[in-house]
Design a protein around this ligand. Structure first.
Ligand code: ADP
Length: 369
């Protein structure tokens, strides 16, 4: 064995310790780090980088171009060599994606920084890439943009109708003082304002649900009272469409321990949907004791829901493409909020529906002790 002079040994040990420190520092980073030399050969990388690239074997010494295949938002492959070598100072990109072998996509954050050894003297020595999967942030951004566009679109129509009716009422009052016409316009404006207020309620419930700020206050709910009050609230609306709205409450039905506010909100959503999507026939609200809780069902003889749509009913913003759905106002948030509330109550929702025949929305709510 070759014996090194003590100073040299000490120097090597210090070098090795520093190297190990660097490696463990890079390895403990949550972001993927890949350092390449000037020819884009990988010299240092960490486990997080392998995760982002979806690789499970070593990439040491490989060419970056052979293991990293980002694509643009429009699915065009990116020329990695040009992309990296064109970076003169530092570059950050949030618009590229990676396609994994299972066909899924991830959105990437990439930063590329040239590394200069000894700065101007030593010249350029390579690049450091930091990569991170930002799919979640991206989808939140997209969701937020979609949310703003849907909401502003949905708000615009009732506001325009209400404004039109109020200005018509003013005009008629000024010119002819025809009180019947004025009343008609005001009633139409009032309807739109009610719709707007219902929508704002949905939105505020949604925002509290999304921020996890909903608290569940359990109380003993008198089920007959709850259902009868819902029926009397919505009977005028049903009658205006010549629909029969009735309650069918099991004889032994008494009370349920749960959140009155949420049970009311959930049933109200089912009933208002049944009213919106039924043009003739009836709507029945049932309550029966089941296991350790209560089974509620709202059955309508309305337009029904296709099998394909049934799978998407509880997605945020989902509204059927059916022209009969599109001819009524709605945000596609009601059932999404309903599902959130149901999960707070450990309740289970099921839907049975046949296109052009009608639907039954059922929810089993267990007693909370
Ligand atoms: P909105 O009614 O505001 O569109 P919801 O989230 O309450 O939003 O409902 C989502 C979609 O589910 C509706 O747009 C409609 O296509 C469908 N839907 C819900 N309830 C019924 C029903 N009783 N009959 C037919 N379609 C329904």
């Amino acid at each position: 064995m070759k014996v090194l002079p003590i100073r040299r040994r000490a120097k090597l040990t210090v070098g090795r310790i520093e190297h190990e420190r660097l490696v463990s520092l890079v390895n403990s980073m949550a972001d993927g780090v890949i350092a390449v030399d000037r020819n884009l050969k990988i010299v240092v990388y960490n486990g997080a980088a392998l995760n982002v690239l979806d690789l499970n074997s070593t990439i040491q010494g490989k060419s970056l171009v052979s293991v990293f295949h980002p694509i643009s938002q429009h699915n065009y492959p990116v020329d990695v060599e040009q992309y990296v070598k064109n970076v003169k100072a530092s570059k950050i990109d949030r618009d590229l994606r990676l396609k994994y072998t299972d066909g899924s996509f991830v959105n990437l954050f990439i930063s590329v920084t040239p590394v200069y050894r000894g700065f101007a003297k030593g010249g350029q020595d390579g690049y450091v890439l930091v990569v991170r999967d930002i799919s979640k942030e991206k989808s939140l951004e997209e969701e937020r943009d979609e949310f703003i566009s849907v909401i502003s679109h949905e708000l615009r129509t009732p506001i325009a109708i209400a404004e039109g009716n109020i200005s018509n009422a003013q005009f008629v009052a000024d010119k002819t003082a025809d009180i019947t016409e004025v009343k008609k316009s005001l009633a139409q404006a009032h309807d739109q304002v009610l719709f707007l207020s219902a929508m704002v309620n949905d939105l505020s419930m949604l925002s509290r649900a999304e921020r996890g700020k909903l608290t569940v206050d359990i109380e003993q709910i008198n089920i007959k009272d709850l259902i009868n009050s819902l029926i009397s609230d919505y009977r005028p609306q049903a009658e205006s469409k010549s629909l029969l709205l009735t309650a069918d409450i099991g004889d032994d039905v008494n009370s349920l321990n749960s959140s009155k506010l949420y049970v009311h909100e959930i049933l109200q959503n089912f009933i208002t949907n049944a009213l919106k999507y039924t043009h003739e026939g009836s709507i029945t609200v049932r309550a029966d004791i089941k296991d350790k809780g209560m089974l509620f069902q709202v059955t309508d003889t309305g337009i029904g829901i296709s099998h394909g749509d049934q799978e998407k009913l509880f997605h945020k913003f989902f509204r059927s493409e059916d022209y009969r759905t599109r001819s009524t106002g709605g945000t596609g948030l009601g059932l999404y909020v309903t599902k959130k509330l149901a999960s707070l109550l450990h309740a289970e929702i099921t839907v049975e529906s046949k296109l052009n025949h009608g639907s039954t929305f059922s929810i089993y709510i267990p007693n909370t002790n």
